[in-house]
Design a protein around this ligand. Structure first.
Ligand code: PGA
Length: 241
């Protein structure tokens, strides 16, 4: 169960979140819990969760190890401060910051080389869904962004299916729609890799009151949660659905 805080929370707000959140989830053993925070909050989040059952990740990285890339953060930097995870290819990065399937693959490989585990995001926009292109879009994103991994690299990723029209809109895919997409993704993965063990998260307006019906679907292994992860009580309810 992964949180994507996006561009929310200062370090002080991060401390306050974990003061409330950790006691609510310290008995959770059935789920792995990860929080992907803004870069400036990562040291605070990592210190706050030391020795707990919560791991921390970034939301993006650059593929070079270091160099003249003003404003960028590398995989080795995230690893050095104690990150476990990094999100790659979120639809907001694809929409606003020029992320492509090709750069998703480069970032994912770089992150794994640095020793990070990666949440690789895929998903269609509304026009694509309405045109009946969902599976074709997922296939293209898989071919360009994931199929180029080695089997060893593939074992280090989690895939997040996030229909773009369901992100932050309050519109969740129905559990059946999500299940169909997850099944399609696992079938794509099976064309190249050992797909039975890859975890596929659903993301897009996951809340305490809809998480159980989504998680009941066969190929949905977890959730990537934006808005509902900012509040400790609400994210603890998602984690403990
Ligand atoms: P949301 O965001 O839960 O606010 O819809 C999910 C995401 O973008 O990862």
């Amino acid at each position: 169960m992964a949180a994507n805080w996006k561009m929310f929370k200062t370090p002080a707000e991060t401390t306050a979140f974990f003061n409330d959140f950790l006691p609510l989830v310290n008995d959770v053993t059935a789920a792995e819990i990860a929080i992907c925070a803004p870069f400036v909050d990562l040291p605070t989040a990592i210190a706050a969760t030391a020795g707990s059952n919560v791991t921390i990740g970034g939301q993006n990285l650059y593929w070079a190890k270091e160099g003249a890339f003003t404003g960028e953060i590398s995989g080795p930097m995230l690893k050095a401060i104690g990150c476990t995870w990094v999100i790659v290819g979120h639809s907001e990065r694809r929409q606003y910051f020029g992320e492509t399937d090709e750069t998703v693959l480069r970032r994912t490989k770089a992150a794994i080389e640095a020793g990070l585990k990666v949440i690789v995001c895929v998903g269609e926009v509304l026009a694509e869904r309405e045109a009946g292109q969902t599976e074709a879009v997922l296939a293209k994103q898989f071919e360009g962004g994931i199929a180029g991994l080695t089997p060893e690299e593939f074992a280090q990723i989690v895939i997040a299916y996030e229909p773009v029209w369901a992100i932050g809109t309050g519109k969740t895919a129905t559990p059946e729609m999500a299940a169909d997409a997850h099944k399609a993704i696992r079938a794509l993965a099976a064309t190249k890799f050992d797909a039975a063990s890859v975890r596929i998260l659903y993301g897009g307006s996951v809340k305490p009151d809809n998480v159980a019906s989504l998680m009941a679907q066969e190929d949905i292994d977890g959730a990537l949660v934006g808005g509902a992860s900012l509040d400790p009580v609400s994210f603890s309810k998602v984690v403990k659905f």
